[in-house]
Structures are given as structure tokens and as C-alpha cells.
Write a protein that binds this ligand. Structure first.
Ligand code: GDP
Length: 689
């Protein structure tokens, strides 16, 4: 059993993941030959399946790194393209098609590419081998194969036939060996014929005498010898069906042919023939070459590892990091900051948010139902059905006009859809806070995780949204019919509403100040007094939209704004005065003090809504979010997803990749050392003729 090659192939696949550099490459058998020399047929005979691209115009354009892995314990045969992640391919026609596609993908202008295609084939009938199939040499440049292609193919082959690789030089028996491009190329790099195996195909096409002579060629003697084969692949699809192994058919065919001629079959024929023998030879030659290169490969790995270790120490202070630990740590930290957030965002905060929202609604109603009234009983511009706001403090308690106003305002407030509004406010706030937590976490550099967190948040909130808003709406229902106020509530709201009005007044004053600094205080006074006069009926002849008295339309607009702000500020001051007065001290006078009464309503709506929001939305969210997060970013992710997540951050990517490189090199070295120990303990068998 060729244990060494098997182990070395394992090491080779580890090194492939590291990204081989020249020194790290393990020896392979490089297959060269002219087009139509039968190169593909030989490779397919070794593999036992037709799998290489065919067709008159199909020139292999990329090297194929073919790794054969013997699987004695399994009857299944399949191929894998490790770099493509296509998984196991059991249909060899499919492998052929993939190889064809990969070759055709090389742009016409480039002719060939030296980027190898990696293909592993697992089968109980293949030997452990690592072969490299190269584009066939072109003899005559056809019209559709430019001269450049010929040169490029030769250069590509030259690159691969360097030591320590073994060269498998394929020549057809019916072509004079002196004309064999493969042998000529190999002679250039291996003049003493020490690492070349000559394969003579199409032995059936020449006279056995001549065939025998070719195999004994003394022109270019090879230490590893020549092997004659007949491996025209039987037309598998027709005679054997798809995917049937052709190894036996070929060797049976060869046995019949070679057995019929003493030039090959006689014990003293002095030649080696047949694919079975070729296969054995390949295995033992590769095994021996591997053994010879053990030390140099091990030294190369050692050196690479030392460099990686040093870089890891200098750059990352030996801090271990894997995609898994990075994700786990990031998740932990995020959950921690989430927990922290839940402790700071509870009922009081929700209450404040909601009250603020309802305050704004109250301000809107006050503005549209009270403060837009004429300031005083100024008949010149008040409409007949409008009562001036100035009469409010002294109005008769039975006055229906102001009763209706307050009832309508209260009803507008209780019926504005508090359930939907409150749920929305809290859900939006939670979403914003989650976005903030993301932006403060390591997840900010990870679009995938960011999206997962946002989706987790939305999923929980969406699920709870309608039931929560319905619950809240149901619970505030009584207030749509009746509002009872006790004196303590009244006193509190009296204070609240004063603060609210003060804020509003401040905003009004601020806006007026801005206007002043914008167009100049003098100009503002002029245009405002003009607007006042306009309202009082002077300049009645002036039509809307015309410019007048040197005031442009935009300036007039500013003037109107100024007048509005000034009047609004005056009303606010007046109302603030009223709220402080005795008149507003008790709830008996609610019609005189709509600001206070509406605040009482807003307070009640807020308190009730908050109770349910806390239970139905907040607590639910706080309980479910960490679980949802685990579902989306935790154990359910595949290794590949975790890896690509971590590598989204370029800094982390570098760190992880260096660590992986270091670990893979350590693993390769460890295996290498055990292989070397094993080799030392046994005597290396003598290979060859
Ligand atoms: P490649 O271009 O070097 O890969 O050559 P192929 O393997 O495609 O073979 C070229 C042609 O030679 C095909 O038609 C094969 O069927 C045929 N061929 C290959 N090996 C043998 C052989 O041993 N004997 C005979 N008679 N024909 C062969």
C-alpha cells in the first residue's frame, strides 16, 4: 500500500487551503503530450471514466490539478471541485461539462490561462495520485488556433515540468519518437531522463516488432522507462451506459492485444505494457518522489509557519480569533448592551415619550380650536360666529359656545386613535434604539448581522403591533364618554399646561427673533404694520398677489408670518396669565381653562396606554429579542455563513485568515512530521525497472 502518497495528498489538500506558494507545492505527475497523442485517453483509463472535455475545437485551456483519492471502503465514485463548492458530483458527464465550461470561460484573446482547475476524484478503483493535465502541444497552427496559442501552451507546460514534478510524456506509437514534442520538452528540463516516464499510446497501430523497438528506445533513455498502452476508450455511452467504470474493459482489451504478441507478452520481451502496469508505476514513482521531497517540503512549511507565527505575534499579539469566537463575542456584547438598554428604557421613559406626543396633539387642538380666535372683540375682522379668546376668562359658565368647544376638543383627543399612535411611538422608539445599539456595536461593520437584528426587531414588533394597539384602544374607551377629574390631577395638569404654554411661547418668540434677524427689524416692523392695515380694511383696493408699497410678495409673506407669531405670542401670554389666575385654580372652571382640562385627558390617556404598552409590547420585546437574535445569528448559522459574516469586516478578515493560515500550517507540519517518522522507521522500497 502506498501510504505515503495518500498522506501527502492529505497534506497537499491542507496546503491548498493555505494557498500554495512555489516551495509549498508537493510533487505531482505532470501529463504532457501533443494534441491527439492520446493524452486524454490515458488519463481516462487511469480514472476509469470519460470526464475530460472533448470536441475537435476543444483545446484544454487551463491546467487541471487532478487528485485521485482511493476510497477502499466505499463503492461510490464521485468528483469534487473544491474551489467551486458544488459538492459531490456522481455523474461524470456532469464533471466533463463543468470542465468544458471552465475551459471555455477563458477569454479567446488570452488563449490559455495558468490558473489551475482543481478536481478531486474519489473512487475505490483509482490509485492515490496527484496528476496535472496540461493543454496538448499544438503541432500545426490551424486557422482558428493562432501561433500565439502554440507559444503560450509551450510556456505553460514548461512552468509545470520543473522539478520535483514527475513528467508523464505521452507520445503516439504511430508518430516517430524523434518528433515527439512531449519527449523533446521533457528532455530540455530532464536531460538525463531521471524523472520522466515515457508513455507510448496507440501501440495497436504499429507492427509489434516496431512497437517493441520503440519501447526500448535508446535515443532518449529513461530511468523510469517507457510503457506501451492501448487505451482507446470504448464508446462508453453506447456500449456500457453512462457512468460505468471502463477500467476493466480497457485492461481486458489490452490483455487480448498484448497477450497475442510475444514481442510484448514473452517474459524476456524486456518491455512494460498495459495501463495496469502504468498505474502501478505511477504510484510507486510518485511515492518515491514524495519521499525524496519530504525534507524540503517540511522545511518550506516550517519557514512559512515561522513567518505566519511572527506576523501573528506582531500584528495581533497572539490574540486568538476565529469566526465562531468573533461571532459569539459580538453576540454576547450586543446582548449585554441590549440588557443595559432594557434597564434604562422602561415605563417612565415610555410614559414621557407618549405624553410628549399627546402634548403635541393637545397643542394642535388648542391652536386650531382656541388660539385661532380673534384676540379681542374686534369686529373689524372677527367673524360673527367667532367669540374672541379674550372673553374666555370671564365667560358665563353656562355659555354653550365654549362648552361645545371643549367637548369637541376632548372628543377629538380621545378619538384620535390613541392605540395606534401610542404603539407606533413606542415601536418606532424601540427601532431607533436598536439602530443606535447596532451603530455602537461591532455589528455596524456587518451588513448581514445588521439586517438580521433589524429583521428580528421588526418581526417581534410587527407580530405584537395590532393586538397591542387594539388592547390600548379598548382600555381608553371609557374616556371617550366621560372624564372625571380630581383636584390633585387638576393641580398637576395646571402646572403641566403652564409649562407647555411657556415652551410654546418660547418657540414663538424664537421664531419671531429669527424673522427679525432674517429681514431686519425695521423692515419687519414696516411690513407687519402694512399687513395689519390690510387686515383692518385699509388698502382694500389692493389685490391679493400684487406687490405694493415696495413690498415684494415674499416680504409680504414674511410680514404675515410676523403678525401671526406676534398675535400667537400675545394669546399665549394672555392664556398663561389666565392659567395662573384664581379662575383656573379648580376643576369647576374647566370650560375657562381648556389647556388644563385637555392636559388632564392627555395624562389619563397616557397612564392607561403605558400600562398596556409595558406589558404587551415592551416586556414581550425584551423577552423575545435575545431569543430571536440567537435564532438568526446563533447556532443556526452554517460554518460557511459564520465565516462569511466574520470576514465582512476587513480587519477581522485579515486577523482570522492569518490565524487560519497559521493553524493550517501547524496541522500540515504535524502531519508531515509523523509521515517523516514513519518513513524513517521503514526502508524505502526501490522503484522502477
Ligand atoms: P489527446 O488529444 O491527446 O487528448 O488525444 P485523445 O485521447 O483524445 O485521443 C485522440 C484520438 O486517438 C482519439 O480518437 C482516440 O480514440 C484515439 N486513441 C487514443 N488512444 C488510442 C489507442 O491506444 N489506440 C488507438 N487505435 N486509438 C487511440
Amino acid at each position: 500500500m502506498m501510504v505515503l502518497t495518500k498522506k501527502m495528498i492529505e497534506i497537499r489538500s491542507i496546503l491548498q487551503k493555505v494557498g500554495q506558494t512555489g516551495a509549498l507545492q508537493l510533487p505531482s505527475i505532470v501529463v504532457i503530450g501533443s494534441q491527439s497523442s492520446g493524452k486524454s485517453s490515458v488519463l481516462e483509463a487511469i480514472v476509469g471514466h470519460e470526464f475530460l472535455p472533448k470536441g475537435s475545437n476543444m483545446v484544454t485551456r487551463r491546467p487541471i490539478e487532478l487528485t485521485l483519492i482511493n476510497t477502499p471502503d466505499s463503492s461510490s465514485e464521485y468528483g469534487e471541485f473544491p474551489a467551486l463548492g458544488l459538492g459531490r458530483i456522481t455523474d461524470f458527464t456532469q464533471i466533463q461539462k463543468t470542465l468544458t465550461d471552465l475551459n471555455l470561460a477563458v477569454p479567446e484573446a488570452d488563449c490559455v490561462s495558468d490558473d489551475p482547475i482543481q478536481l478531486n476524484i474519489y473512487s475505490p478503483t483509482v490509485p492515490d495520485l496527484s496528476l496535472i493535465d496540461l493543454p496538448g502541444y499544438i503541432q500545426i497552427s490551424a486557422l482558428d488556433q493562432p501561433e500565439e496559442l502554440k507559444t503560450k501552451i509551450a510556456a505553460l507546460c514548461d512552468k509545470y515540468i520543473q522539478p520535483p514534478n514527475v513528467i508523464l510524456a505521452i507520445s503516439a506509437a504511430d508518430v516517430d519518437l524523434a518528433n515527439s514534442t512531449a519527449l523533446r520538452a521533457s528532455r530540455r528540463v530532464d536531460p538525463r531522463g531521471e524523472r520522466t516516464i515515457g508513455v507510448i499510446t496507440k501501440m495497436d497501430l504499429v507492427d509489434p516488432e516496431r512497437g517493441n523497438a520503440i519501447l526500448k528506445d535508446r535515443n532518449y533513455p529513461l530511468r523510469l522507462g517507457y510503457v506501451g498502452v492501448v487505451c482507446r476508450t470504448p464508446s462508453t455511452k453506447f456500449s456500457f451506459g453512462r457512468n460505468v467504470n471502463i477500467t476493466n474493459a480497457i485492461s481486458k482489451n489490452e490483455n487480448t492485444f498484448f497477450g497475442a504478441h510475444p514481442q510484448f507478452a514473452a517474459p524476456d520481451s524486456g518491455v512494460t505494457v498495459g495501463t495496469t502496469n502504468l498505474r502501478k508505476k505511477l504510484m510507486s514513482v510518485l511515492e518515491q518522489t514524495m519521499a525524496q521531497s519530504l525534507q524540503s517540503t517540511s522545511d518550506a512549511i516550517h519557514q512559512e509557519l515561522e513567518e505566519a507565527t511572527y506576523e501573528f505575534k506582531v500584528q495581533y499579539n497572539d490574540r486568538p480569533l476565529t469566526a465562531e469566537t468573533y461571532l459569539a463575542e459580538s453576540l454576547d456584547k450586543f446582548k449585554h448592551s441590549f440588557k443595559d438598554f432594557t434597564e434604562h428604557f422602561g415605563r417612565p421613559q415610555v410614559r414621557q415619550l407618549l405624553k410628549h406626543e399627546l402634548d403635541q396633539k393637545v397643542l394642535d387642538f388648542l391652536a386650531s380650536r382656541y388660539w385661532n380666535k380673534p384676540l379681542s372683540d374686534d369686529k373689524s375682522w372677527s367673524r360673527l360666529d367667532e367669540r374672541p379668546i379674550s372673553e374666555l376668562p370671564n365667560v358665563d359658565s353656562e355659555n354653550l359656545y365654549w362648552h361645545r368647544r371643549l367637548d369637541a376638543s376632548t372628543s377629538a383627543l380621545t378619538k384620535l386613535g390613541v392605540g395606534r399612535l401610542a404603539t407606533n411611538v413606542v415601536a418606532n422608539a424601540l427601532q431607533q434604539h436598536m439602530d443606535r445599539l447596532i451603530s455602537e456595536s461591532t455589528f455596524r461593520a456587518h451588513p448581514f448581522a445588521k439586517q438580521a437584528i433589524q429583521e428580528a426587531t421588526n418581526a417581534i414588533l410587527n407580530e405584537r403591533f395590532y393586538s397591542t394597539s387594539d388592547q390600548v384602544e379598548n382600555c381608553i374607551k371609557p374616556y371617550k364618554f366621560e372624564i372625571e377629574v380630581d383636584e390633585r390631577e387638576w393641580a398637576q395638569s395646571r402646572e403641566n399646561s403652564q409649562n407647555l404654554l411657556k415652551e410654546e411661547l418660547k418657540a414663538c418668540d424664537e421664531a419671531l427673533k429669527n424673522l427679525k434677524s432674517n429681514i431686519g427689524s425695521k423692515k419687519l416692523v414696516q411690513v407687519m404694520s402694512f399687513v395689519d392695515k390690510l387686515r383692518q380694511g385699509e388698502h382694500a383696493d389692493m389685490k391679493e398677489g400684487t406687490e405694493a408699497f415696495g413690498f415684494s410678495q415674499p416680504l409680504l409673506q414674511k410680514g404675515r408670518e410676523g403678525v401671526f407669531l406676534r398675535d400667537r405670542a400675545e394669546i399665549l401670554r394672555m392664556r398663561l396669565y389666565a392659567l395662573k389666575s384664581k379662575q383656573c385654580a379648580t376643576s369647576d372652571n374647566k370650560y375657562h381653562c381648556p389647556e388644563i382640562f385637555l392636559d388632564v385627558v392627555a395624562e389619563k390617556l397616557t397612564s392607561t396606554a403605558v400600562l398596556f404598552l409595558n406589558v404587551e409590547l415592551l416586556s414581550e420585546f425584551y423577552y423575545n429579542f435575545p431569543r430571536e437574535l440567537d435564532n438568526r445569528l446563533g447556532r443556526h448559522l452554517s460554518q460557511q455563513q459564520v465565516e462569511s459574516f466574520a470576514k465582512e469586516d476587513p480587519k477581522i478578515r485579515k486577523h482570522i485568515e492569518l490565524q487560519q493560515r497559521k493553524e493550517l500550517l501547524e496541522l500540515a507540519l504535524e502531519k508531515m512530521e509523523s509521515v517523516m517518522a514513519l518513513e524513517k522507521s521503514k526502508k524505502v522500497p526501490v522503484v522502477g525497472e
